[in-house]
Design a protein around this ligand. Structure first.
Ligand code: ATP
Length: 295
């Protein structure tokens, strides 16, 4: 059995700076992590003088530090994140598991994707939006290969690391695929407008329902951060979907991409494409777009 990396961090090596967001459990901070990099042979030669590296991190805090059950639920996201190693998934750096509990993650310097899309709407090229959709599909294809269901794929859960690199975050709702491939949710705060019909009707969450959600998230990206089904009540959504209604064609969207999104929104889950195919198709669409750009 491979050694499991110890994710416990020395709290004295982390400094919290300003808050950058509010999570379900508490504030999220930008922090600095001073790592003592060990060099040399450990026998006291001159190279053993620790070099230190300072990196910027995001630190999630938990405001209730006296409720062990809540602390455990808060840390669940970190346990999930530590299993993944992908360029388009936010990496866990470590945890401080004693009160006050902290989850230390890779910082996405440009923050939330929706805000980024809105404030850069003018200068974002179609090719960049396609690149984001493609990058997200590679992360989801990776999760699919690990039999992992995210359950909350939406632009609000995607962060921007650089103008050409987005990363999937927020594994708070995610679950391993259970034997029956579904999970009964207890929460009533479900993201109905992103959800597949079987998730709305039967609380059924599978890799195929993640595919549906990916379609909605890609639509948000192409729409530069517009949320789906604006002005429609959550309680009216399922009737519309069952009536065959779908999100409209985004301006400027390659027809081939809208056709792919429409396939993601097939009512019958087993008829939707898988992420491996979605990733391959998006790659082709991206290459076509780049070729067209050089005309
Ligand atoms: P919710 O369930 O309401 O989405 P949450 O508890 O899962 O909240 P997050 O959404 O992950 O918390 O974090 C809250 C906010 O903090 C994010 O919307 C984002 O603005 C910021 N944030 C979280 N993680 C990072 C990160 N790694 N890099 C940069 N910003 C981050």
């Amino acid at each position: 059995t491979p050694a499991v990396r110890n994710y416990e961090l020395d709290r004295s090596e982390i400094t919290l700076n300003n808050t950058i967001g509010v999570g379900q459990f508490g504030d999220v901070y930008i922090g600095t992590y001073h790592t003592k990099v060990k060099c040399g042979n450990g026998k006291g030669d001159k190279n053993d003088i620790g070099n230190s590296a300072i990196i910027q991190v995001a630190v999630k805090t938990c405001k209730t530090n006296d409720d062990p059950e809540k602390m455990e639920r808060f840390l669940e996201e970190a346990y999930v994140m530590q299993k993944f190693d992908h360029p388009h998934i936010i990496r866990l750096i470590g945890i401080c598991s004693e009160s006050p509990v902290w989850i230390v993650m890779e910082l996405a310097e440009y923050g939330e994707l929706r805000a980024y899309l809105k404030s850069n709407a003018e200068k974002l090229r179609r090719e960049t939006l396609l690149l984001y959709c493609y990058q997200l599909s590679t992360a989801l294809s990776y999760l699919e290969s690990k039999k992992f269901v995210h359950r909350d794929i939406a632009a609000r859960n995607v962060l921007v690391s650089s103008p050409t690199c987005i990363k999937l975050a927020d594994f708070g709702l995610s679950r391993w695929v259970s034997e029956q491939s579904y999970y009964h949710s207890s929460t009533c705060m479900l993201p109905i407008k992103w959800m597949a019909p079987e998730s709305i009707n039967f609380r059924r969450f599978t890799i195929a329902s993640d595919v549906w959600m990916f379609g909605v998230c890609a639509w948000e990206i192409l729409m530069l951060g517009v949320k789906p089904f604006q002005g429609i009540k959550n309680s009216d959504i399922i009737a519309k979907l069952e009536n065959g209604e779908r999100l409209p064609f985004p301006n400027n969207c390659p027809p081939r991409l809208y056709s792919l999104l429409s396939q993601c929104w097939t009512y019958e889950p087993s008829k939707r494409p898988n992420f491996k195919r979605i990733k391959e198709t998006l790659y082709e669409i991206l290459i076509e777009e780049r070729a067209a750009g050089f005309d």
